[in-house]
Design a binder for this molecule. Structure first.
Ligand code: EPU
Length: 438
């Protein structure tokens, strides 16, 4: 299929679409299945490329994956886990960030793991130092090689005390997936507590793990000897839901997102309301709409949960180009997540990025050379343009901008969006968007 999408924008998007399980949970639950002695069943799985990448990696390691893709059900049977060939694993290099989370489960199952160079979006340096430090603290020996990282656990893995310098989502997951079967007790301070992590903890508990989440970001795990398979329905994708909500706001539309849930989106909903968007929480989803009139400028800071997610920032910035006044957005999770605004400026938006921490408390990127604050002045009509998709969320944000702009835009590199947005073109069709490929 062509990697280029024509978008004839300027019309409100309206209608109903469904979001399924969260990309940033489903991929981790699939890895957790490696730890069980019996098969696991995961429901509400979206058809996105990240799921295919993890499926491929699991199969390389001997996990039998049976997918009822349409029904969103994955059955993962880890009875015959085995070492994969380095060359086969290497074929997955650069495709995703999930391979690093295979370390703990593979060390428990096989005593060693090989991890290829990671992929994922270029929104900052995205180091893995926390992951490797954690694994070393459990007793693993890490050997960095040209093609990737080789990890062994010659004396097994032992519970430990870890204090994260920053509440990293991936590092918290790394610790959980390693600690559940390590010998003894593990305590993690400054843990990430995103809803996707809580759902992963629920999965691990179903498998037989003993995990308690205390106040003040402390998680305690008592290692157990064996874990079994789980049956679980993934929580909905709150990033995808918010992306569609922002599309409704920017285009002056009305979108009901089935599968969107209020508890996981409270912070987003508060901000949505402050900008002037309206929403109605229903039985099985949330209706997001532009009530007419002006949208309001806001001052916003991204943060770890329960703060405003960094992944919500990019689509919201597009909607803020349509708000009256000066909005200030301070990105504190990734140092380099405003690159996508360049294309918006090319479409007529007035956005200035700054190295200073604007509009909030100083963050760890403050005295460094990163453009991590943005001032958006609106409302500005957007003009159609030729755009190249930079990363997953930035790319979807460009798509929203193209749908907002009058005229025909061409969006290149559109397949990147398939990594995390299930059937987005069909959904756009259902919402009345005029989009097409060659
Ligand atoms: N960090 C380090 N060292 C590490 C790990 C992280 O310095 O070893 C830093 C990162 O550079 C970043 C911060 O810690 O500045 C937070 O990163 P985190 O580890 O929390 O992010 P992640 O686990 O790599 C996941 C999601 C991201 C989402 C972030 C924050 C997945 C696969 N990815 O990334 O999702 O933005 O948490 O919520 O779960 C996306 O879906 O488009 C996406 C980028």
């Amino acid at each position: 299929m062509s990697d280029l999408l024509y978008v004839n924008g300027g019309n409100p998007l309206s209608g109903e679409i469904t979001v399924r399980g969260a990309k940033n949970f489903v991929s981790k639950a699939m890895v957790a299945a490696l730890l069980g002695e019996t098969p696991s069943v995961l429901r509400n799985v979206p058809q996105i490329r990240d799921v295919n990448v993890v499926t491929g990696l699991l199969e390389l390691h001997g996990v039998a994956v049976d997918a009822d893709a349409k029904g969103g059900v994955l059955t993962l049977d880890p009875s015959n886990v085995e070492s994969a060939h380095v060359a086969d694993i290497d074929a997955h290099a650069g495709s995703s960030r999930i391979p690093i989370l295979f370390c703990g489960p593979l060390l428990h199952r096989l005593g060693e793991a090989f991890i290829p160079d990671l992929g994922g979006c270029h929104i900052g340096d995205r180091p893995i130092n926390y992951h490797l430090d954690i694994l070393r603290q459990f007793g693993a020996v890490v050997d960095k090689r040209e093609q990737g990282i080789h990890i062994r656990a010659p004396r097994g893995l032992h519970g430990t005390k870890v204090n994260l310098p920053y509440p990293s989502v991936g590092a918290t997951e790394q610790l959980l997936l390693t600690a559940v079967r390590a010998e003894g007790v593990t305590e993690l301070s400054n843990a990430a507590i995103e809803p996707e992590i809580m759902d992963l903890i629920a999965v691990l508990q179903k498998m037989g793990a003993v995990i308690s989440v205390d106040t003040d970001r402390v998680i305690r795990i008592e290692g157990v000897d064996r874990l079994v398979g789980f049956r679980h329905t993934a929580l909905g994708d709150r990033i995808e839901a918010a992306s569609w909500a922002c599309a409704a706001l920017a285009t002056g539309g009305d979108i009901t997102v089935k599968g969107a849930t209020q508890p996981e989106m409270m912070t987003f909903l508060n901000t949505y309301r402050k900008v002037g968007g309206e929403f109605e929480v229903g039985e099985d989803g949330i209706r997001f709409y532009h009530p007419g009139g002006d949208l309001d400028a806001i001052v916003l800071e991204t943060d770890v949960h329960p703060g405003f997610m960094t992944d919500w920032q990019q689509p919201l910035v597009v909607a803020l180009t349509q708000a009256r006044g000066l909005s200030i957005v301070h990105e504190t999770v990734y140092e380099n997540r405003f690159g996508f605004t360049e294309a918006l400026v090319g479409m007529g938006a007035t956005i200035q990025v700054y190295k200073e921490c604007l509009g909030g408390r100083p963050c760890r990127f403050g005295q460094r050379n990163f453009h991590h604050s943005a001032v958006i002045s609106g409302p500005t009509p957007l003009e159609a343009a030729e755009i190249e998709v930079p990363d997953l969320r930035g790319g979807f944000s460009h798509l929203i901008a193209a749908l907002t702009a009058k005229g025909t835009s061409t969006v290149r590199g559109i397949s990147l969006i398939d990594r995390g947005y299930e059937h987005f073109q069909e959904k756009l069709d259902a919402l009345g968007a005029e989009v097409g490929r060659d």
